[in-house]
Design a protein around this ligand. Structure first.
Ligand code: IVH
Length: 699
């Protein structure tokens, strides 16, 4: 990017960031996620670093936050409530330490205090003679809003500071004479809403048809800016202290360390997060950060990183402030799971059932530690809904291992060169015709011989829940197809060794392994076979339902694919629709599939090539067979419904209540009263890890 382009991009970025910040800070409306906003700010920061003479005084990098709202009385902060510099990696933290060392010019302390970075709203509390006299929000850092009446409803905030006795003072290492000094002070910290309260509040909002709160931070802001304090009280906010300002001549003269300050505020009656910890050296700091990151989902509140502070408070004034944030502390944020980047191109992928899925090709970007260069756009309607054009800056999100998706377009960042996206008129692989079925959003390739479709079909057929052909994955499937050894799944059953040995990379052993893996699947359970065909809308459960309901158990136990097709082609749409889980769309799909002449050809070939089906799933009685399970608390690795399904799939039974013959109670975080009941009844208790082992989820 040359300077002219950079200037244009910078201006757009500033406007965009300001737009979101105004909405967020002044109007309490979230128009972009905090992580995506961070990502825009990072781009701005990087560009400004590259072209420092393009920095303008109104740049978002040059100030702290938005304007205070007009609803509440203004409060000037005695000492500004400044902001924090952010870091996102160990390298950033090492660079921070290096900068400090250079600035300080002499050996620097390696005594740090690592705190959790709570995601709520900063609040300043002023006490005079031990009494709470004023509570204010941060506002723009210099002037905030007086929210005293509302803050007084927060039960974790003392309205009067606890009196410290001589024992307390001694435990803090403080002189008795400091007692009076400790009655006139300012405590700063974060007002938060615990996640479970937030979830409940949002459920109530949903039930009342109100727009949902985007995150607990917004919920806190909304709760504190109520004109009626009763509403604030009903929100059960919690306050955690992270700073205390005593009227001492210089920071660090009376109160010496952060460790001591946290202890002091605890004795005065405030909460501090129990995960705050003193660490020596950056290695310990990193370990603590990682530990907190690992624990994050189990904490009762939301955090977005840690805050690293020098424990020695006398260093604070010495290190001072750079720009609008201090040198003596720094936010170490967890990687963003939403970031912004640009869409370079959109291509169309052909799936197993011919569905065409648009894929956005992105300027590579790091999302939660993974470099992402593609994101799914689902279908053409989604492109229209997003209003996406090629060249747009977009917000992408990655949750867990899920494929990243484009969740928002930022049209204000356009420069006029963006290009419209059109749906394809032909299949991008086979150039055959495509169609859009009634009532469906997806465009589909309707050519049964399309190579891309054949590949997906083969991969699906060989997958674990389907025919489970060990070793036949994507790469090998593509190789077999491209070499012409396989045109469809039936050809697998007539593969021979000489043909395989002619392929590059194939030796005796590999060929033998593949052939025996295929041979081992010459007799397939009916349900698996139906699933493995990859009929549109037919998942594992409907395949099992079809297998069990359509073919009565009394008929012969073996059947050929062709015999199956002959039976199923006779079934009417009404009969299909009478099956549980099968609606009109699925029925239509079943009719289309079983009456299609291509299906007849495939079933004939499969039959000739020696595939047999058996009707009853061979009983593979595992350890869960007929065992009764009850679940309590929240599991970390699985949702409750996933756990339930796995138990049921493996032959177990899940009940809501403990009964005498319950075999296992699976215990997640925050278990309910069932845990005690189970102990009383002598039911075996399984922690999440033990349960995961039992279901063979982990080794
Ligand atoms: S110290 C110089 N400690 O993070 C600002 N802040 O991103 C002093 N925050 O406005 C803040 N947990 O509202 C500090 N343990 C913690 C914190 C914390 C959350 C918030 C705070 C601040 C924001 C900056």
């Amino acid at each position: 990017m040359n300077k002219k382009e950079a200037a244009l991009r910078l201006e757009k970025l500033r406007q965009e960031i300001d737009y979101h910040r105004y909405n967020y800070h002044v109007l309490d409306r979230e128009t972009i996620s905090p992580a995506a906003l961070d990502s825009l700010k990072m781009e701005l920061f990087r560009l400004e670093n590259e072209y420092p003479d393009l920095i303008t005084p109104d740049s978002p990098t040059q100030r702290v936050a938005g304007k205070p709202s007009a609803k509440f009385k203004k409060v000037s902060h005695d000492q500004p409530m400044i902001s924090l510099h952010d870091s996102f990696s160990r390298d950033d933290v090492l660079a921070w330490e290096e900068r400090n060392r250079r600035f300080f010019g002499q050996p620097l302390s390696d005594d740090y205090y690592v705190e959790v970075k709570l995601d709520g709203l900063a609040v300043s509390l002023r006490y005079e003679n031990g009494f709470l006299i004023q509570a204010a929000t941060r506002g723009d850092g210099r002037v905030g809003e007086d929210v005293t009446a509302n803050v007084r409803t927060i039960e974790s905030i003392p309205l009067k500071l606890r009196d410290l006795n001589s024992e307390d003072l001694a435990s803090l290492g403080l002189e008795k004479s400091t007692n009076q000094l400790l009655k006139d002070l300012e405590v700063r910290g974060e007002a938060i809403m615990e996640t479970k309260v937030f979830t409940k509040l949002n459920k109530a909002y949903a039930a009342a048809g109100k727009p949902l709160l985007a995150n607990p931070r917004n919920a806190v802001a909304g709760s504190l800016r109520q004109l009626d304090s009763k509403i604030t009280a009903s929100r059960h906010l919690v306050f955690y202290a992270y700073d205390v300002l005593v009227k001492e001549p210089k920071r660090g003269e009376v109160l010496k360390t952060r460790v001591q300050a946290d202890k002091l505020v605890n004795l005065l009656g405030f909460k501090t997060p129990t995960d705050n910890k003193q660490c020596f050296g950056l290695q310990e700091v990193f370990n603590q950060h990682d530990k907190i990151s690992e624990k994050r989902s189990r904490l009762p509140y939301q955090i977005d990183g840690t805050v690293l502070k020098f424990n020695d408070l006398s260093l604070w004034d010495k290190l001072g402030v750079v720009g609008k944030a201090p040198r003596y502390m720094m936010a170490y944020k967890f990687p963003a799971e939403q970031v912004t980047t640009r869409v370079l191109e959109v291509s169309w992928q052909v799936g197993r059932t011919g569905t065409l899925t648009p894929v956005a090709h992105l300027e590579p970007v790091n999302v939660a530690g993974v470099i992402v260069s593609r994101a799914t756009l689902h279908n053409f309607d989604e492109i229209l809904r997003l209003g996406l054009k090629i060249g747009d800056t977009v917000v992408i999100e990655r949750a867990g291992d899920v494929i990243p998706k484009v969740i928002q377009v930022l049209p204000r960042l356009r420069q006029g060169e963006e290009k419209e996206i059109y749906p394809p008129t032909n299949c991008p692989r086979c150039h055959g015709p495509i169609s859009r079925h009634d009532g469906e959003v997806a465009l589909r390739c309707v050519n049964d011989k399309c190579l891309a479709r054949a590949l997906h079909q083969l991969i699906h057929f060989a997958s674990r829940e389907a025919a489970d052909i060990v070793g036949l994955g994507k790469k090998l499937s593509a190789q077999l197809l491209l070499a012409g050894l396989v045109e469809d799944i039936s050809d697998l059953y007539i593969l021979d060794k000489p043909a395989l040995l002619s392929l590059p990379g194939f030796k005796e052993k590999k060929a033998d392994n593949l052939l025996s893996a295929i041979r081992a699947r010459r007799n397939l359970p009916l349900a698996r076979f139906i699933y493995s065909l990859g009929i549109r809308h037919i998942g594992l459960e409907s395949a099992a339902a079809i297998a069990q309901t359509i073919i009565p158990r009394s008929v012969q136990s073996k059947i050929t694919p062709l015999e199956l097709q002959e039976k199923l082609k006779e079934i009417s749409i009404e009969e299909w629709a009478s099956l549980s889980d099968v609606g009109p769309v699925v029925s239509r799909s079943l009719i289309d599939y079983w009456q299609n002449k291509e299906t007849v050809i495939l079933m004939k070939k499969l039959t000739t090539n020696g595939l047999n089906l058996f009707i009853k799933e061979q009983s593979e009685a595992g350890p869960l067979q007929n065992k009764i399970f009850v679940l309590t608390g929240s599991l970390e690795k699985l949702s409750r419904s996933q756990a339930k399904k796995i138990i049921q799939d493996q032959g177990g039974v899940v009940k809501d209540h403990l009964v005498k013959d319950t075999n296992y109670l699976v215990v997640g975080a925050d278990p309910g009263s069932k845990l005690k009941q189970a102990k009383d009844l002598g039911v075996t208790i399984l922690l999440e890890n033990e349960f995961l082992k039992l279901i063979s989820f982990i080794e």
